[in-house]
Design a protein around this ligand. Structure first.
Ligand code: T46
Length: 127
């Protein structure tokens, strides 16, 4: 991501949609993360997303059915691409964290897999 810094007035971040792996159809943001809580705990069948921390920091764990990776995101890190089929957990958000997400598809609850055992079976069936 590009940041244009001005020591006297602040920093401006920019993403050109043409540089992304997909054309976003939706943007949402999450703030007021509650201390000690987690969010996510689900996977998507088809949705791709780009996660960008606008303020603060948090950790996103991604599980692909075999391996788990942990990604600490902050205002100075690059965005995180979350491809379809990954179980995600958002955790350890610092107070005041704001997470913005660009999504490849409109909101569709049927694209979510919110049950862990269903996810494992689904993942196995896609191999
Ligand atoms: C994801 C992670 C990173 C809507 O009505 N429209 C929307 O566009 C979204 C994103 C959510 N909702 C509703 C669905 C639930 O009733 O908002 C409620 C909270 O959503 P959820 O519990 O899924 O929130 P998170 O933070 O666990 O997950 C969100 C996204 O839903 C999900 O796609 O990958 O952020």
């Amino acid at each position: 991501m590009k940041t244009i810094s001005d020591a006297t007035s602040g920093d401006l971040g920019v993403i050109e949609f043409q540089d992304l792996p997909f054309a976003p159809k939706r943007v949402y943001w999450i703030r007021n993360f509650q201390l000690g809580s987690t969010r996510g705990n689900h996977a998507h069948r088809h949705l791709s997303q780009i996660a960008i921390v606008l303020q603060g920091r948090l950790i996103i764990d991604l599980f692909d059915g075999n391996d788990r990776t942990s990604h600490e995101l902050s205002v100075t890190s690059d965005y995180l691409e979350i491809t379809p089929g990954k179980w995600r957990v958002m955790r350890d958000a610092a107070p005041g964290t704001v997470l913005m997400v660009l999504a490849s598809l409109e909101y569709d609850e049927s694209d979510y897999i919110r049950d862990w055992n269903t996810y494992l079976k689904w993942h196995e069936s896609t191999r």
